[in-house]
Design a binder for this molecule. Sequence first.
Ligand code: MG
Ligand code: MG
Length: 297
Amino acid sequence: MAEHKLEDYLAVALDLARKAGEVIKTNFFNPKKIQTKSSSADCVTETDQACEDLVIAGIKKAFPSHKIIAEESYSASGATDYNLTDEPTWCIDPLDGTSNFVHTIPFVCVSIGLIINKKSQVAVVHNPIIGETFHAIHGQGSFLNGQRLKSSTTTDITQSCLLTECGYDRVPTGVTLMLENLRNFLHERVRAVRMLGSCALNMSYVAAGRAEMYYEGKDGKAGPKPWDFAAGMLIASEAGALVSDVDGSEFTLYNGRVLVTANASIQRQAVDLLAQYLTVTAKEKEKMIKETKTAKL
Ligand code: MG
Ligand code: MG
């Protein structure tokens, strides 16, 4: 196998993200053919597929031995396991923010992350509509259109902006959990709450100091997936933000839960406010599992 530097991987990721971005831009204002996946809230368009095909072809050409986990191919394969090994593995979300794309809201991006030895090494999050490209290489900082990023130093929650998502979960207990969390932050008088509709952009915005916190997800089924996380988590952590599970424990790609905080003080406060994730009673958990098994998301 040919030896490559992380910079070589970044160059290919940037090139493919920009090419896929052109496809998104070209189709942004056109009528879209929409299909639904796990629920009516979870949709896909021809543009998602076209971008995924383009990025996969480019990576296969440049690095034929590398593994790929891409959203649409994975969803279509019926696979239940990501089988992440130590081999270089590209995690691709060809269009993060598909609902925004469908509704012509400009928070859309191409997200490409490269994981080696199960750690994110290279990341690109490109929003072709707004014209913002975030990138990072492990140990070398993160950047927005070439400018170095640093997460916010604000420690006062009343002066902070929270990013979160309502996700695809429409099961009543899942919706309740999401609303309970939100209520806790509002009672704590958080300044602003935004749902950008893209996990990769949410993480990148914490990196850029635009928001102090982002959390999302309940579990591996009802929560962001590796292709949503892989690039954004590196961009966030390289800007000094903390990426963890919602209880502050170590983040894993499969849990479908993430908390990104601008600094340690905000992380401590956020974990306390998200405590119901951890204190859901056994009875409620049982109900939740039962509902998730029997109902559509
Ligand atoms: Mg996505
Ligand atoms: Mg997507």
